[in-house]
Write a protein of this length. Structure first.
Length: 195
């Protein structure tokens, strides 16, 4: 019997579902809510807490993360962050430490987050980097948007208000603030605040 077998059995008895229990690895300090499905290749480590009725995996690692209820994390890695109820992460997303993903946020394929907060209903669907940023509610990130937060010497923060539409391939040169309801055209490089 491997070191993870007893934990898997305890989770199964508490109402956690696993398609292939032998392909799931959960450390002793992890908690998982009833009704959650752990797919093959799922690795839960450290002080991770996963809520009820989530779908985690396949091929996903969560380390010291707090995950709400009804969350989907598909083929992604998340570290030292919070993902709230109903959020969708992945496939192939990378959530680095100190991120807060609010309810109903979508973090899609090939998206990287670092030290950022995304508020309710925001969508970062694909091929985007959001670092050192405070993002409002219902923001839409176009494909290829980048927060360019490092000038080689110091890191700065971006602030994006509610109901903002960032066109494809927008570069936000921090420190910069995008006001509520603003719109950037595809290919914009923004180095001054947008009201």
């Amino acid at each position: 019997m491997d070191e993870f077998a007893a934990k898997r059995q305890a989770l199964l008895e508490s109402g956690v579902r696993m398609m292939d229990p032998g392909a799931v690895y959960v450390e002793a300090g992890v908690t998982v809510g009833a009704g959650t499905l752990l797919l093959p290749g799922t690795i839960l480590r450290g002080n991770t807490m996963v809520g009820e009725n989530c779908e985690i995996g396949p091929n996903t690692m969560l380390v010291n993360c707090t995950v709400g209820a009804g969350v989907t994390v598909n083929s992604s890695q998340c570290f030292d962050s919070t993902i709230e109820d109903g959020a969708e992460v992945g496939p192939f997303a990378y959530i680095r430490p100190n991120c807060h993903v609010s309810p109903r946020v979508k973090v899609g394929d090939f998206v990287e987050l670092k030290n950022s907060k995304l508020d309710d209903g925001t969508k970062v669907s694909h091929l985007t980097y959001v670092g050192d940023s405070d993002i409002g509610k219902r923001v839409n990130f176009g494909c290829g948007t980048v927060t360019t937060n490092y000038n080689g010497l110091k890191k700065y923060r971006c602030t994006v208000g509610d109901d903002v539409f960032l066109g494809c391939n927008t570069n936000l040169i921090a420190p910069v603030t995008i006001g509520d309801g603003a719109y950037t055209a595809a290919g914009s490089t923004v180095d001054k605040d947008v009201p």
